[in-house]
Design a protein around this ligand. Structure first.
Ligand code: FES
Length: 118
């Protein structure tokens, strides 16, 4: 196997051939009973993610960086219907991100990539 072939198979980040193939399958991410009232940082397939469970019991898995200004959602606050970024208050439901602040920030509706969550 050449070094190029090895790299093609071994790299699993977003946009890589092996990464795109592996993202078509479900992956165990964390122990369900350990996802409680605080966001859990998770690293999977070369991506930094954050796992949370809202008060309704739904589990969300999002990119760890807030799409607004890149703050870590690991510091976010879990609320009844989602995860709120602690910096400017954008709120994220499992699979979706909705800006709630109308005064200063008029970010576009932003759709988080849907990921399988258990
Ligand atoms: S950085 Fe998250 S809402 Fe601004």
């Amino acid at each position: 196997m050449t070094p190029e072939q090895n790299a093609r198979l071994a790299r699993v980040g977003p946009g890589t051939p092996a990464g795109e193939m592996l993202r078509r399958y479900g992956w165990p991410v964390w122990f369900s009973e350990l996802v409680a009232d605080k966001p859990v940082p998770v690293r999977l397939l070369g991506e930094n993610l954050v796992l949370f469970r809202n008060a309704e019991g739904s589990v969300g898995l999002l990119d760890r960086r807030c799409p607004h200004r890149g703050a870590s959602l690991e510091r976010g606050r879990v609320e009844a219907d989602g995860l709120r970024c602690c910096y400017h208050g954008w709120k994220f439901a499992a699979g979706w991100a909705k800006p709630r602040s109308r005064s200063r920030f008029r970010g576009p509706e932003w759709r988080a990539e849907r990921r399988p969550a258990g």
